[in-house]
Design a protein around this ligand. Sequence first.
Ligand code: CTP
Ligand code: MG
Length: 229
Amino acid sequence: MTYKVIIPAAGLGKRMGAGKNKLLLELNEVPILIHTLRVFEKDDLCDGIILSISPQEEELFKELLKTYQINKVEHFVHGGKERQHSVFNGLKVLAGFDGIVLVHDGARPFIDTMLIHELVAVTSESGAAVLAVPVKDTIKKVANDEVVETVERASLWAIQTPQAFRVSLLMEANIKAEEDRFVGTDDASLVERLNYPIKIVKGNYDNIKLTTPEDLYFAEAIIRKLEKI
Ligand code: CTP
Ligand code: MG
């Protein structure tokens, strides 16, 4: 089954502290965003990319796509204040499309194609699924610099992207979130508010989101590992 993918790329990269959109930083002399886009460009099941970008970066990003021969971007939309708004703007161009849409962070370049396919297969049955990995650290709730309680680790999973949905379901979830002025940190949290069950597909620990400067060192190590495979 084929799918479309929305890639939010309109962030400011504040935590990376590079003074520009972190997706323009290079790994192996190639911008992070291009690494991410290449995965979908090469995946035969992906039949269209919707890229959500800042208006002031539109020309720059279009040039990059030409340079690196990324041809599957069928729509550019403008990002919003929060990631959720950037995704919703992308989703609006898919209104009426009766299929599966993935949402994948531009800042996660190491997503594995086999896992994308597993996610799409599960979503075609269930309507909603996310990639996730078991949490490795012990997690405690803290208030005022004091431990409140330890959360049982066995039930904790770190949620990644891609997250995959039937288009109509994600649309309904975004409309409701907007009506309720709810802003979530991922797309599934909006669908959860409809009480719709969301399946977990176990991913891998390489699929990091490049967020803070030290993530770039991890990224270099992951690239070296993937090059050896
Ligand atoms: N994003 C977006 N629109 C926003 C905020 C984020 O499209 N208003 C995108 C980012 O470009 C990134 C993804 O959503 O690909 C995940 O967000 P995050 O890692 O938080 O990136 P930034 O928002 O750019 O970073 P920061 O929060 O540190 O400013
Ligand atoms: Mg952010």
